[in-house]
Design a protein. Structure first.
Length: 271
C-alpha cells in the first residue's frame, strides 16, 4: 500500500515538460493572471486543460510553502512533499527562476528545452548560490567577478584567451575560423560575467548566452562538436595562462564562473 501511495503522489506532482516550459516562460511569477492563460497553454501543448491546471496549482502551492523557509529548497520540497530528488529539483529550479525573475520566454529562447533549462539552472544553483540556500546567489562572488574588469586589462584577458585558441590553430581537422570565433566568444563571455552583478543583466543571463554567444557561433557555420572542442581547449589552458599572466589570485573566480558557464553553453547548444 505505501508503494502505491508513493507512486500516486509522484504522479500527481509530475510535470509535463511542455507545460512547465510554458508556465515558467510566460511570466516571472506564478500569478492568478497566468491561470487565465492555461487554455492557451493547453491548446499549444495538446495537454488537457485539467492537467495544466493541476500543474499550475502544484507549482503555486509548493512555491508558497517552501519559498520563505530556511535551508535548501530542493531538500525542503523532499521533506514537506515526499517527492523524489529529481522531481524536487525540477520544482526548485522553477522557484529559482521565479525568485530571480530570470527571463526564459519561449519566444526569446525557442531552442531552450525544459530539460536543458532545469539542468542549467541547477548548475547555477549548485555552483553560484550561498552555501546555506540554493535560492540566493552569492553576491560576493558576483561582485568579485565584476571587479575583474578593473583588475585585468582587455589586452591581458585577450592574451589569456589567445593562449587557449592558439592550441587549435594548427589542427587541420578544424575550421580555420574556429579559433577567432572562440576568441570573440570568450571575450563576450567575460563581458557577460562582469555585468551579472546587476539584477537586470542576471535576469537576461540565458538570453545573453543564446543571442551573444550561441547564435553567432552557429551563424558562423560552426557546429556543436566545434564548440565542445573549443571550450574544452579554453578550459584546459586557462589556469596556466592566468598564472603566467601573474594574476593567479583571480583564478578561483575565473574557475567558478567559466566551468559553470561552459557546462551551461554545452547543454543549451545540444539541441
Amino acid at each position: 500500500m505505501p508503494i502505491i501511495t508513493d507512486t500516486l503522489l509522484q504522479q500527481y506532482y509530475s510535470l509535463d515538460s511542455e507545460v512547465a516550459r510554458e508556465l515558467v516562460g510566460r511570466g516571472r511569477k506564478i500569478t492568478a493572471k497566468l491561470r487565465k492563460d492555461l487554455d492557451v497553454i493547453s491548446d499549444k501543448t495538446n495537454i488537457p486543460l485539467r492537467s495544466c491546471l493541476r500543474q499550475y496549482d502544484n507549482i503555486r502551492r509548493i512555491y508558497k510553502e517552501v519559498d520563505e523557509k530556511e535551508g535548501k529548497v530542493s531538500l525542503n520540497i523532499q521533506r514537506y512533499y515526499a517527492l523524489n530528488p529529481a522531481l524536487s529539483q525540477q520544482y526548485a529550479a522553477i522557484i529559482f527562476i521565479i525568485d530571480n525573475r530570470i527571463d526564459v520566454s519561449p519566444r526569446k529562447l525557442p531552442s531552450l528545452s525544459y530539460s536543458a533549462l532545469v539542468r542549467c539552472v541547477s548548475l547555477i544553483m549548485c555552483e553560484w548560490c550561498d552555501t546555506a540556500s540554493d535560492m540566493d546567489i552569492d553576491r560576493g562572488f558576483l561582485k568579485d567577478l565584476h571587479s575583474l574588469k578593473d583588475k585585468i586589462s582587455d589586452s591581458t584577458l585577450s592574451g589569456i584567451v589567445k593562449h587557449g585558441t592558439d592550441v587549435l590553430k594548427n589542427n587541420p581537422d578544424l575550421p580555420k575560423h574556429l579559433a577567432p570565433e572562440l576568441r570573440r566568444m570568450s571575450m563576450k563571455l567575460m563581458s557577460i560575467g562582469y555585468s551579472l552583478v546587476h539584477s537586470k543583466d542576471f535576469t537576461d543571463i540565458f538570453i545573453d548566452f543564446e543571442e551573444l554567444l550561441l547564435t553567432p557561433w552557429f551563424g558562423a557555420g560552426l557546429t556543436y562538436n566545434n564548440l565542445e572542442i573549443g571550450l574544452s581547449a579554453l578550459l584546459n589552458t586557462f589556469s596556466s595562462a592566468v598564472i603566467n599572466a601573474g594574476i593567479s589570485s583571480t583564478l578561483p573566480i575565473f574557475d567558478k564562473y567559466l566551468k559553470t558557464v561552459v557546462s551551461c553553453l554545452l547543454v543549451m547548444a545540444n539541441r
